[in-house]
Design a protein around this ligand. Structure first.
Ligand SMILES: NC(=O)c1ccc[n+]([C@@H]2O[C@H](COP(=O)([O-])OP(=O)(O)OC[C@H]3O[C@@H](n4cnc5c(N)ncnc54)[C@H](OP(=O)(O)O)[C@@H]3O)[C@@H](O)[C@H]2O)c1
Length: 368
């Protein structure tokens, strides 16, 4: 099978090249670039030297030669390529935000400053958070070519951390707070001052407080996950952390009356009741995700950490009931470039083609 990647020279595109180069079902990659057309991929990224020497083509030529196309372009430029893929009846997996809000153009326009160029395409697409929409993705694939709106990196970690609590009625209503810290590769390859080494190394700082584009995607996912139970208000604060890869999200979930425990007493360590409730919730999370190949609910005493998922498609989750007995603290760790982008896109491709979902994604995380 031939896979095409449009925007292959960006960070997400290059990560797709890395993962798909080792995918047993992919015989050939065809890659596009505007800035480096005609040059060899290995000359742009010398870590691929001797492994990926393909010359960079025009996007149109990539689409014409491919059985499946990934788009790793910025938002608001990929819709014509999606249209061309639908014309050719091949699947299109979009890593940008263009197909993440299909049923809500008003929200997309408000945050991304653009209306849909091809409104009919948004009826053929599905949001690619696999753990939420696997069945829908398979149903659409059975009918023909599909457009996947691959989820944003922050929404992936934040949503997966709250999903069991929302779907199983642990959430008691009110506000879920999500504090996330991301590595610098989240900003892409284009240099900018705030991502300059001397301005971001050795420091952690919030950015786009109360104004990040991933807020509506997180809120929308959580509302969908809470079907039948109350939907949360969401407060999301992203931080830039001095690391290349990874997103750690700490998610504070108010518990429903049924799941609350009486605190152990003012300023006292966790009571036996809180420890028991933590165990009960951990078991519920583990059961909820027991058939998910890439979600690991961590055992007691192990907190989610970005280095333990690095370069892998895992989302690790640790859970604790707070000392107050009424708040669940779920912490998730993902690699923003893999589960938060290219890995999740490959997982989606595997589902679309009926391959084992883990194909090409089984590498053990690189701790350092
Ligand atoms: N980085 C992450 O952690 C991450 C996670 C999830 C999703 N995403 C999404 O993935 C997409 C790519 O992100 P990235 O981080 O890889 O960004 P990036 O490093 O800036 O790469 C984007 C690439 O797209 C091409 N491009 C830029 N403007 C274009 C235009 N107007 N028309 C055609 N091509 C254009 C450029 O390559 P050429 O000039 O060589 O064509 C550029 O290298 C974005 O939509 C982003 O939101 C990124």
């Amino acid at each position: 099978m031939i896979a095409g990647i449009i925007g292959a020279t960006g960070y997400a595109g290059a990560e797709l090249v890395r993962l798909l180069s080792g995918h047993p079902k992919i015989e050939k990659l065809v890659l596009s670039s505007v800035s480096f057309e005609g040059e060899k991929f290995e000359d742009i990224y010398p870590n691929f030297l001797g492994r990926v020497s393909a010359s960079l083509l025009k996007a149109e030529d990539v689409i014409a030669a491919s059985d499946v196309v990934f788009s790793a372009l910025p938002h608001a430029v990929g819709e014509p390529f999606a249209a061309a893929c639908m014309e050719r009846k091949i699947h299109f997996i979009d890593l940008s935000a263009d197909f993440r809000f299909d049923d809500d153009e008003a929200v997309y326009s408000a945050w991304y400053g653009k209306t849909y160029q091809y409104p009919e395409l948004h009826k053929k697409s599905v949001y690619g958070l696999v753990e939420l929409n696997r069945r829908k993705i398979k149903e659409l694939a059975a009918k023909g070519s599909v457009i996947i709106g691959n989820p944003g990196c922050y929404p992936t970690g934040a949503s997966l951390g709250a999903f069991p609590a929302l779907a199983k009625g642990l959430f008691g209503g009110g506000t879920i707070i999500v504090d996330s810290a991301s590595g610098t590769s989240g900003g892409g390859r284009e240099p900018s001052r705030s991502f300059h080494y001397s301005e971001c190394a050795d420091s952690v700082a919030p950015y786009k407080v109360a104004s990040h584009r991933h807020s509506p995607e997180i809120a929308r996912n959580m509302a969908a996950m809470a079907a039948g139970f109350p939907s949360p208000q969401v407060i999301f604060t992203p931080h830039l952390a001095p690391m290349s890869r990874g997103i750690l999200s700490t998610i504070y979930i108010p518990l429903s009356q049924k799941w609350r425990v009486t605190p152990g007493g003012a300023n006292m360590p966790p009571s036996k009741e809180i420890e028991a409730k933590t165990e009960e919730i951990r078991a519920l999370y583990a059961d909820f995700y027991k058939d998910e190949p890439f979600v690991r609910v961590l055992p007691a005493g192990l907190a989610a950490a970005t280095n333990r998922v690095r370069q892998s498609n895992y989302c690790d989750i640790s859970v604790n009931v707070d000392l107050n007995g009424s708040t669940l603290i779920a912490v998730t760790a993902i690699d923003n470039m893999v589960k938060g982008a290219a890995g999740q896109a490959v997982q989606n491709m595997n589902i679309l083609f009926g391959f084992d979902e883990k194909t090409g994604l089984e590498a053990i995380p690189a701790l350092f």
